[in-house]
Design a protein around this ligand. Structure first.
Ligand code: PAF
Length: 269
């Protein structure tokens, strides 16, 4: 497995791969089974799988966890090699933003981004799209896999691809959960043992709500009855438009704060 850190070296390596189907798995590192599921999916459909590892400062607001975001590069490289990724690209912030953050940015579709995580994290999706488009332009993948845990991010990236006529096929990959139901996230590393248990109320609430809605209860009522003070949001939205809805098709979204850790999860109904 190759490990490259500069735009120049990866571009030169890519010259040898012109006839290969290339897949990109964009990550911020601290890899877990959720990321590995993306690599596994990519291995099935592409000839050459590239994992990028870059903690993108552009998508963090000043009060967020940029400085404490887990960095586990050695372990990440081992995991990528085990999954038979072909190349890991782990550039520095200076390599990606040589002129700092005062750069041209992509603005996310407002209907998809002015809700759910976009409310409390106003920089998130413009920052995500800007780095994702930069990675697409550097790597020129045919395919990219993104996880459904960041469902809103997935829709917003798909919309950018449509709006900007990018020739990249997006493959969504289902949420991977621990045995107890907690959705895997790099941020689970912040949780103490007690908080880890407390965090289970997020997937449990989603499952209970799913069950009650499938039995015919009104989503709005269910959400009101199952509301917990740690929730930043708990909403039923249309899975394509993210419009609030009380009708099928719908997807339930929760963001909860466990101690200082902000966790998100969602479930299809
Ligand atoms: O989902 C993530 O880890 C990040 O938002 C992404 C897509 C790698 C962009 O920095």
């Amino acid at each position: 497995m190759l490990h490259l850190k500069t735009v120049k070296t990866i571009k030169s390596e890519l010259l040898n791969l012109k006839d290969k189907k290339i897949a990109l798995i964009a990550t911020m590192g601290a890899l877990h089974q959720g990321h590995l599921a993306l690599i596994k999916k990519a291995k099935q459909i592409a000839d050459f799988v590239i994992v990028s590892i870059f903690i993108n400062p552009l998508q963090f607001s000043p009060n967020e966890d940029l400085n404490k975001y887990p960095k586990t590069l050695e372990n990440d490289l081992e995991l990528c090699a085990k999954e038979k990724a072909n190349l890991v690209f782990s550039p520095s912030a200076e390599e990606i933003y040589p002129q700092g953050q005062n750069i041209t940015k992509i603005i996310a579709d407002s209907k998809l981004s002015n809700c759910l995580c976009g409310i409390s994290r106003p920089q998130l999706f413009n920052g995500v799209l800007t780095i994702v488009l930069k990675l697409f332009n550097i790597i020129k993948p045919d395919i990219a896999c993104f996880g459904e845990k960041d469902y809103q991010q997935l829709l917003i990236i798909k919309k950018m691809i449509f709006d900007l006529n990018l020739d990249i096929e997006i493959y969504p990959v289902e949420i991977i959960r621990d045995l107890d139901g907690l959705a895997l996230s790099s941020r689970n590393k912040y949780l103490t043992k007690e908080q880890r248990l407390e965090a289970l109320k997020i997937p449990k609430t989603l499952l209970t709500a799913k069950d009650l809605i499938q039995k015919g209860q009104n989503p709005e009522e269910v959400i009101k009855n199952l509301w917990d003070p740690c929730f930043e949001y708990f909403e039923a939205r249309n899975p394509e438009t993210l419009k609030k809805t009380n009708d099928f098709p719908l997807r339930l979204f929760i963001c909860g704060h466990i101690g200082n850790t902000r966790l998100i999860d969602n479930v299809e109904i």
